[in-house]
Design a protein around this ligand. Structure first.
Ligand code: GSH
Length: 283
């Protein structure tokens, strides 16, 4: 009898495993099909326009995404006209931002910049000192791949329920926030950063802002007197600290001790975002 019940639970286990596998495959298949359908739709977009697919406008800065803020700033630096689409914000790689340009879809802010540089012969790094470009690149990567975990911790783990104060979120998405927050928590553990305490995560990521501030020093931009290409990404990241996380230690740092970062952001805003107020969600 005991042996039989073990057999039964083993069979159940195998069945459950198989069911899980099938459901997972079906979901993957459905997601891929959805993406293909969406891309087919955008294949038909007018060829003379660059479409920037991104998240909805935010109340305190144009985009809550450092990568979208970066890309939009780059488009302005390079004088490339664009149109926003916020309906299909997630692209072929399941992330935002992405673009559609002359029938081609490109995902990942850095790959998009490289694609447009090549396609349109743009070089925002011309005549910049190599040392400055190297520092700018290191700061960009630190902000994009390390500091961003501080943003995620603050926004999605500790203040997930207040994300609606930054951006108008449809009710259906609001219901999904706790689920999303848990998913992100798991991602952070998988990446490694999530194994640290919140205090440790904040210490590590505040140190990034100190480094960026030291690297900028008294320069106007990371490119020197004029911005270089990576200024768009550095601005995209620091702008989140300054305007995208009200009440955070990041905001306090940029407005106080690291005030060269605030001045830097104001300079970039003044130069490329004259229409800043019009780009905020005022609803
Ligand atoms: N390396 C990518 C990162 C883009 C990224 O992580 N975007 C976030 C929004 S800020 C996203 O789409 N996250 C959704 C997810 O990871 O599921 C880039 O530079 O575009």
């Amino acid at each position: 009898m005991a042996c039989c019940s073990i057999e039964l639970s083993l069979t159940n286990l195998i069945l459950l495993g198989a069911l899980y596998f099938i459901v997972k495959k079906a979901i993957n298949f459905f997601q891929r099909w959805q993406i293909e359908k969406m891309l087919e739709k955008w294949d038909e977009a007018p060829k003379d326009k660059l479409i920037l697919h991104t998240v909805w406008r935010c109340k305190t800065l144009p985009s809550i995404s450092p990568y979208a803020m970066k890309l939009e700033t780059y488009l302005r630096m390079a004088n490339i006209p664009y149109e926003l689409d916020t309906k299909d914000s997630m692209g072929p790689k399941g992330k935002l931002p992405w673009i559609t340009y002359k029938g081609v879809h490109v995902a990942d802010s850095q790959l998009i910049i490289q694609f447009l540089n090549k396609k349109l012969g743009i070089s925002l790094n011309k005549n910049r000192a190599k040392e400055q470009l190297a520092t700018a690149r290191a700061c960009r990567i630190m902000l994009e791949d390390h500091f961003m975990w501080g943003i995620v911790q603050y926004r999605w783990i500790e203040n997930a329920t207040t994300i609606g104060t930054l951006m108008k979120i449809p009710s259906i998405f609001k219901l999904l926030i706790p689920f999303r927050s848990n998913q992100i928590k798991q991602k952070m553990v998988d990446q490694g950063i999530g194994k640290h305490t919140p205090t440790e995560i904040y210490q590590m990521t505040e140190a990034d802002l100190h480094t960026v501030s030291d690297a900028l020093g008294s320069k106007k931009f990371f490119g020197g007197e004029e911005p270089c290409e990576d200024d768009c990404a550095i601005f995209g990241g620091v702008a989140q600290a300054l305007w995208g996380m009200p009440g955070s230690s990041f905001e306090r740092l940029c407005s106080g001790e690291l005030k060269n970062l605030k001045e830097y952001c104001e300079r970039m805003k003044e130069r490329y975002w004259q229409d800043w107020e019009d780009c905020l969600d005022k609803s």
